[in-house]
Design a protein around this ligand. Structure first.
Ligand SMILES: Nc1nc2c(ncn2[C@@H]2O[C@H](COP(=O)(O)OP(=O)(O)O)[C@@H](O)[C@H]2O)c(=O)[nH]1
Ligand SMILES: [Mg+2]
Length: 470
């Protein structure tokens, strides 16, 4: 467990004894944390919060370096209907003598951290400390992809999905099923379920293979909507005049219901209220999966980021009415798989991946930045001589068999376009290099008093995201 100072320990108990204490003028920052499943959201939030509560490893957070943060404590969140981010359980899992990775979560959750901060500069002599509330909202990046559906008809969406998946092995099963399907025939529910199930199987396989163009997003993370009609549809080829009650018309209706009753409420109730955003991307995982996965990640990111340039999307523009996200950070996660000498290359790739999208977001008034980080550092660096060559490795405990191993993930090119162009041109394999990713177990860690879990650049991320408000 994190060991904290006595005074802070007391301050933190406030959560258990009082209602939300938000002063009328206390600034509130809503920080959205998103990324596709397994991109590292849960670990990031847990580490960020633990490192805000115990700030020994946060030198790059200016207010912290200047000694102006007097206290940090958890408080009840403002939204009663959103599950609380299970911070304590995740932290307990990740720390101690036999740590494990936290369970994967499949829906939205929220946590409030409040910071008592002394002002800096001119006002410091006159003003007492003030409290800044940070509301962290964790939501699946898959849900953002659905924004692209809002301005699309069922016919258009179907056409695009079917064209894109035509040549993919993974989608063969679904395309074969379609060949035996008469979309003009009256709907039979078992047939509808079979189509939806087969399409969902494809989406899941595609996601596992590293593809990110996987809509509808809730098919992957259905939560309590699993099995409901609103999730029982799939893309269909266009076919002349469909009668009421035909498979085509029913699926069209369900597609519209999905937009109105699943996608829209999320954007209205959650997305539209976010002030700052961090988008986590498992860049190394995609590179390991190969060029197709990288190209797909690029396209998926661009789609995701459509949400941050609302001018392009009539639905979202109406919803936001001019409000916009002020800052967006794109972070390549799990950088502890790489020796720090390769971190700049990883950041370059992250930057190049988002350039197109980031330029547009900038145009819409948001400040953007890219970096590579590790929310929980599981490795130490080691240089090994291998066949006469010096290799910059990382050493850690392998998740599979708990062996200690030094590991060389491959050499990332200085110029990110080498990878991205290969990906874009449809290469099946990387030419020069092979990239590997090992799964490491979190290292046993006894947290130092006053310090959160070891990380790489979580403090830099925090400075970019909230530093100006402290
Ligand atoms: N080595 C390493 N692995 C990480 C890190 N963050 C996440 N992971 C791995 O990625 C998996 C998914 O992380 P999680 O936070 O649950 O992803 P989420 O689905 O986006 O919430 C974890 O179980 C770890 O295996 C990190 O900082 N370092
Ligand atoms: Mg999670």
């Amino acid at each position: 467990m994190v060991i904290s100072t006595v005074a802070e320990g007391l301050a933190r108990q406030i959560e258990t004894v009082t209602e939300t204490v938000t002063g009328a003028f206390d600034p509130v920052i809503r920080l959205g944390v998103t990324g596709l499943a397994r991109s590292g959201k849960t670990v990031f939030i847990t580490s960020l919060v633990a490192n805000l509560l115990d700030r020994g490893r946060m030198p790059q957070l200016a207010a912290c370096a200047e000694g102006r943060i007097e206290a940090a404590f958890l408080q009840p969140q403002p939204d009663d209907l959103v599950p609380r981010f299970d911070y304590e359980r995740h932290l307990a899992a990740m720390t101690g003598s036999a740590p494990v990775w936290p369970d994967s979560t499949r829906a939205i959750s929220e946590l409030r951290v409040s910071l008592r901060v002394r002002p800096n500069g001119l006002l410091s002599g006159f003003q007492g400390p003030r409290t800044v509330h940070l509301d962290i909202v964790d939501y699946p990046g898959e849900w953002l992809l659905d924004l692209g559906l809002m301005d699309k008809s069922f016919a258009t969406w179907s056409r695009e999905v079917l064209a894109r998946t035509e040549g993919r092995d993974l989608a063969r099963g679904y395309h074969e099923l379609l060949r035996d399907t008469d979309v003009l025939a009256p709907l039979s529910e078992p047939q509808a379920q079979a189509l939806a199930a087969q399409f969902t199987t494809y989406l899941q396989a595609a996601r596992e293979a590293g593809f990110s163009d996987c809509t509808p997003g809730r098919f992957l993370l259905p939560g309590d909507l699993a099995g409901s009609p609103v999730l029982t549809f799939a893309p269909l080829p266009e076919a002349g005049k469909a009668q009421r009650g035909s498979l085509w018309r029913v699926f069209e209706k369900r597609f519209e219901a999905y937009k109105a009753q699943v996608v829209k409420p999320f954007f209205r109730d959650h997305f539209a209220r976010i002030d700052r955003q961090v988008v986590l991307v498992d860049v190394l995982g995609a590179i390991h999966a190969g060029p197709q996965a990288v190209e797909d990640m690029r396209a998926g990111l661009a789609d995701t980021l459509a949400a941050f340039r609302p001018g392009r999307n009539a639905f979202l523009a109406r919803l936001l009415r001019g409000k916009r996200v002020e800052k967006i950070l794109f972070a390549a996660t799990k950088a502890d798989h790489l020796h720090h000498r390769q971190h700049p290359q990883l950041t370059n790739i992250m930057q190049a991946l988002t350039r197109e999208a980031a330029d547009r977001a900038q145009f819409a008034g948001a400040k953007t930045d890219a970096l590579s980080l590790a929310s929980l550092r599981t490795t130490v660096e080691e240089t090994v001589v291998h066949e006469g060559r010096q290799l910059d490795c990382v050493r850690g405990q392998l998740l599979a068999d708990r062996r200690q191993a030094a590991f060389y993930p491959g050499h990332l090119p200085e110029d990110p376009t080498v990878l991205l162009n290969a990906a874009r041109s449809g290469a099946a394999k990387w030419l020069d290099d092979d990239y590997q990713v090992m799964k490491f177990a979190p290292a046993a860690n006894t947290l130092r008093p006053g310090s959160g879990p070891p990380h790489i650049r979580v403090d830099r991320a925090a400075q970019f995201l909230i530093g100006d408000m402290l």
